[in-house]
Design a protein around this ligand. Structure first.
Ligand code: PEP
Ligand code: MG
Length: 587
């Protein structure tokens, strides 16, 4: 019982304490068990039985997942069914049994090994992921060689799930069962499917732990601290007590947050503001609203492309967008057209490797190159807009010519839909993201061309300060309080307001209580962020007076460094509004 602490990335806040359940991974066999020629027929029958059990299982799970958490998650099982029915895979297994006169376990393992090698030799991350789908299906067949009676009882107790990696299929299946207290995973990052799902189901999770699976065994005692990104294996009693009380504090805080969700979104001097949610999956809508979101300020539509090996069809887009529109109705949903390309490239998009992806064929640049794909997305968004609560948002605009081109395409799509007598919102608002410095500098001109603006501070800071947003070596330079950033953001907000146009911030700046207060002082009213941060931002904005903040930030932007600015704002705001950051540091 070794006590050990591991650091990872906390992707879903909260604390879970309990016993380990290791994800049951099938270890394919390296031992060839031979059979006699007269047994081959029987062995083939055994394999076919396992195949048919697997098929039935997949159909059952697909239905279950569709009912529990939505159709988009069940597509993985459709893909698995296709793999299961793959003729070459099946005949390869049968061939091995016949030719090598061996058990099915050996045949499946050989086929598994062969496919792993093929997939590993492919240079695309996306296809490497498909490799695990094949593993997933083959391991199910392998397990099904034993009949249900022979298998041990499934453990239904509440435990902490520990796994090397979780495929979207497993994540959806396991986390929706209601018996997972927390999650600890070797692989993964903030935006992995498991992370998103754990957040929306309120299950504490830490990913990127590298080797937690090698350090624990079933039944070990574990603490998962999803807030601080730590996992503690077999903690001594004192540590258990410490974390039990931390858990209680967090659970109380969570209840407090729920209460905040129901309070009005206005400052002490009654200035109304709107907390909105950035989401990537449609099933995050209800979670976001439960935390106080008053609309979906950013739907990152890329996820649709990341989930299927082929390109999504118009109907795939349409079913997601109309579900979003219905679930959020009457609140608004801002659907951002795909921000793909660059480093978020996929083989099916046929984009060549670029020397400088962040400055390359990304987002709207990619959409305008591949207009047919872009029109499919525009058409689906328009068709889903008949409830009149959808807005279209275009990422990474650099120049006005792009907006002109988009408007032409948009018009074409509208005409096509009219010819087909399809219903849609004629006045659907068209907005652009301000995240390229050139667009920011032109805001006063550019804003006249669109219905609204949304500032993507993550990219705007990256491009304005020339600091790669995901490069740890230069992250010390990524400063939202850099005087140049504050001046630029103020300039954008002023320009939009002067023109009477709506303006939102949907980058991380909106999620931080201090910078949200500064943005409020600049005149911003719409703050879009990861839903888990809504309560703390709402609480901070409710605790201040707009008038006071406005004066404080006016003086702050005349200071020279980000440190001076930050210190000045904190000091002044704390004097006036001591409650403003009370909950800031907890999530
Ligand atoms: C941004 O750049 O601030 C933004 C919200 O877009 P993304 O993080 O998806 O690039
Ligand atoms: Mg961006």
């Amino acid at each position: 019982m070794d006590y050990f602490r591991l650091r990872g990335i906390g992707v879903s806040p909260g604390i879970a304490i309990g016993e380990v359940r290791l994800s049951e991974e099938v270890i394919f066999t390296s031992r060839k068990e031979s059979i006699f020629p007269h047994q081959i027929k029987e062995e083939l029958r055994r394999l076919r039985k396992a195949l048919s059990r697997t098929g039935n299982q997949l159909i059952r799970i697909k239905k279950q997942i569709k009912e529990k958490i939505g159709d988009e998650h069940s597509f993985i099982f459709k893909a698995h069914l296709l793999i299961l029915e793959d003729k070459s895979l099946n005949s390869e297994m049968e061939r091995i049994i016949k030719e090598e006169e061996c058990r099915s376990e050996w045949a499946i393992s050989r086929v598994h090994e062969k496919y792993q090698k093929i997939f590993e030799s492919i240079n695309y991350e996306y296809f490497r992921q498909r490799k695990s789908d094949v593993s997933d299906v083959l391991s199910k067949i392998y397990r099904n060689l034993e009949s249900a009676k022979q298998k041990k009882m499934v453990d239904e107790q509440e435990k902490i799930l520990v796994a090397h990696d979780l495929l979207p299929s497993e994540a959806a299946l396991r986390l929706s069962k209601g018996n997972v207290l927390g999650v600890a995973i070797d692989m993964g990052g903030q935006t992995s499917h498991t992370a998103i799902l754990a957040r929306s189901l309120n299950i504490p999770a830490v990913v990127g732990l590298r080797n937690v699976t090698q350090r624990v065994k079933d039944g070990d005692y574990l603490i998962v601290d999803g807030t601080d990104g730590e996992v503690i294996i077999n903690p001594p009693l004192a540590t258990r007590r410490e974390f039990s009380s931390k858990k209680k504090k967090y659970d109380d805080y969570r209840k407090e947050l729920k209460k905040t969700a129901k309070l009005s979104s206005s400052t002490l001097d009654d200035v109304r503001f709107y907390p909105l949610a950035n989401i990537e999956l449609p099933e995050e809508v209800s979670f976001a609203f439960s935390l106080g979101a008053e609309g979906i300020g950013l739907f990152r539509s890329e996820f649709l492309y990341l989930q299927t090996p082929t390109l999504p069809k118009e109907e795939d887009h349409f079913s997601i967008y109309s579900r979003l529109a219905k679930e959020a109705y009457p609140s608004p949903v801002y659907i951002r057209t795909v921000d793909l390309g660059g480093e978020k490239s996929l083989p099916q998009l046929k984009i060549k490797k670029e020397p400088n992806p962040a400055l390359g064929l990304r987002a709207i640049r990619f959409s305008l190159r591949d207009k047919d794909l872009f029109k499919i997305q525009l058409r689906a968004i328009l068709r889903a807009s008949f409830l009149k609560n959808i807005r279209i948002l275009i990422p990474m605009i650099t120049e006005i010519e792009e907006i002109e081109e988009i408007k032409l395409l948009f018009q074409e799509v509208k005409e096509e839909l009219k010819l087909k007598r399809e219903k849609f919102d004629e006045n659907i608002p068209l907005g652009v993201m301000i995240e390229v410095p050139a667009a920011a500098a032109m805001t006063d001109v550019l804003v006249k061309e669109v219905d609204y603006l949304s500032i993507g501070t993550n990219d705007l800071i990256q491009y304005y300060l020339a600091v790669d947003r995901s490069n740890e070596l230069v992250s010390y330079l990524f400063k939202p309080f850099h005087p140049s950033i504050l001046r630029l953001v103020k300039f954008i907000i002023d320009a939009a307001r002067r023109e009477g146009k709506e303006i939102t911030v949907c980058g991380e700046m909106a999620a931080d209580p201090l910078s949200a207060i500064v943005l409020l002082g600049f005149g911003l009213r719409k703050f879009s962020m990861n839903p888990i941060f809504i309560p703390r931002v709402k609480k901070a904005l409710r605790s201040v007076e707009y008038k006071t903040v406005k004066n404080i930030v006016q003086k702050a932007i005349t200071l020279k460094t980000s440190q001076e600015i930050e210190e000045y704002i904190i000091e002044k705001i704390l004097v006036k509004h001591p409650k403003a950051f009370l909950m800031g540091q907890i999530t």
